[in-house]
Design a protein around this ligand. Structure first.
Ligand code: HEC
Length: 111
């Protein structure tokens, strides 16, 4: 039973990844992300205080969240509306774009 579930889960993940590899276009994602920039910033560093940074985030995670907003599994006033207008291709392109942005993290000086 457990092995069967693990197998099923792996299959779904592989299907998602395969779809990801086939469909994503970073350049198109950059263009499509213009409509996200008012909140998430032009390079995925959020400008709205209630919006998260998307720069450097794993595309799989971004895809899963956008699909969850679109299906209603994850609810949010603004993102539910934004995601309802996205096709599977839009989601793949956007996720590829945000993942491709490089982020440098610097620890705070605690002294
Ligand atoms: C009007 C402001 C606004 C716009 C425009 C907007 N977002 Fe968001 N987005 C938010 C906010 C606020 C959240 C936090 C949602 C929550 O609190 O659950 C969010 C959350 C997300 C998340 C989940 C991130 C996480 O860490 O879980 C993703 C992915 C995302 N947005 C992608 C996009 C994309 C792609 C676009 C453009 C197509 C976009 N957003 C446009 C405000 C916006």
């Amino acid at each position: 039973m457990t092995a069967k579930l693990v197998k099923l889960g792996g299959g779904l993940l592989l299907a998602l990844l395969a779809q990801n590899v086939m469909a994503q276009d970073i350049s198109l994602g950059r263009m499509k992300a213009q409509r996200c920039s008012g909140c998430h910033g032009p390079l995925g560093l959020a400008v709205a205080p209630n919006a998260p940074n998307l720069a450097g985030e794993a595309s799989l995670y971004i895809e899963m969240q956008l699909r969850a907003f679109r299906s209603g599994d994850r609810l949010h006033d603004q993102m539910t509306i934004v995601a309802s207008r996205l096709s599977d291709e839009d989601i793949a392109d956007l996720a590829a774009w945000f993942q491709a942005i490089q982020v440098v993290a610097t620890a705070p000086d605690l002294n």
